[in-house]
Design a protein around this ligand. Sequence first.
Ligand code: AMP
Ligand code: MG
Length: 487
Amino acid sequence: MKALDDLTFDNRFARLGDGFSTHVLPEPIDAPRLVVASSAAMALLDLDPAVAQTPVFAELFGGHKLWAEAEPRAMVYSGHQFGSYNPQLGDGRGLLLGEVYNAAGEHWDLHLKGAGQTPYSRMGDGRAVLRSSIREFLASEALHALGIPSSRALCVIGSDTPVWREKQERAAMVLRLAPSHIRFGHFEYFYYTQKTELHQQLAEHVLKLHFPECQEQPEPYLAMFREIVERNAELIAKWQAYGFCHGVMNTDNMSILGITFDFGPFAFLDDFDAHFICNHSDHEGRYSFSNQVPIGQWNLSALAQALTPYISVEALRETLGLYLPLYQAHYLDLMRRRLGLTTAEDDDQKLVERLLQLMQNSGVDYTLFFRRLGDEPAALAVAQLRDDFVDRAGFDAWADEYKARVEREGNASETQRRERMHAVNPLYILRNYLAQNAITAAESGDYSEVHRLHEVLSKPFEEQAGMEQYAQRPPDWGKHLEISCSS
Ligand code: AMP
Ligand code: MG
């Protein structure tokens, strides 16, 4: 276990030079204090969880102190926002503090979000509010616990520093961890500015450090692009299977590692709704829940365009063509598991689609449905779920087919079935209203609800004693919360 002073830095991105990022010091926030820390994320850096309670922890991640070996940099990138190219984005309020190696030789970027203005802040104040920092913290750690690749969050540091959004709020910082903060938009920036040498340098950096196995392939960059396509297809299949809506799938928010990245007005579905739009500035529903699938491909084509200097258009097209079938295969595999099926049959896709249509028509809770479907005995579980559907006859027809399908699986015991299903169907997810309750308490200085929610969501598949209130449908006030995009 390490103390804070013992971290080993190796700032590979900073060494790429000033064409890629600008040296900027964090601007401290007043009276920094620990809101919450993730001991699981601290373990990634081999940090002793006790150090989160020391004053120096809040000082480091509140921008007051810095390791001598850290080299804080604001990265430049661009990207397609809502379909239009924005030539100059970049870290407007986040800094890559440095890169750290853990004892296992894994590498983690330390990125401090809300660290003040940078050359890329445009009109922004460089700050993040407590509300959005808590949401990012809870979501990254909750997604990870669900088995969905995501950037991680080490801690949130609160402060007295006032910031102005729709109303006055308080600034906070969140320390984000990821093996890399390179986005699709990094490649787009160097491609569209025609900075050929830097573009080449970026491509080499990413290939060598993040896709080393592709170096052995006959066409390394093509192999790398293929890997990025595969990872994104799998990531988005997981989002769809678990009801996660990202909300701002701009190419500057897409990680080249295929992890969930840059949290804004995201939401997990309560009621199943394929057309759900969590971002209330997304008037056309470009990033609606079901559109995430084609948008994943759209974003990959934007990346493909930026890789045309290295890969033939034909090979890029062919590789892009892998996305949808890969997505479908992963998605169906996950949904089969959620239904407790261990074998594959031709009509499984239809079985899933019909269920989702019935859920959509009746506004059935997406998470609780699957959890309850795994209850024992199966016949009773199905009979009880029936009450949630307006179209009883429709549900009965589906349930008959489902039961027949389960029977053809062979004879696992009721208990085996329950265990198998509960291991993939969470009881607890980060519902917007749960996050909102924790934020409301935190804004008045009580962080205990953030801690409790973080703890519950770290074991989403395990029923936890006394935590029934976290496994409920939202109350009326919490059903269609509008999450502010100004974070
Ligand atoms: P986002 O939609 O959060 O991914 O942000 C898009 C761009 O705006 C990124 O370049 C951010 O760094 C920048 N940005 C967002 N909020 C702020 C802020 N409060 N101050 C400065 N830049 C910001
Ligand atoms: Mg962003």
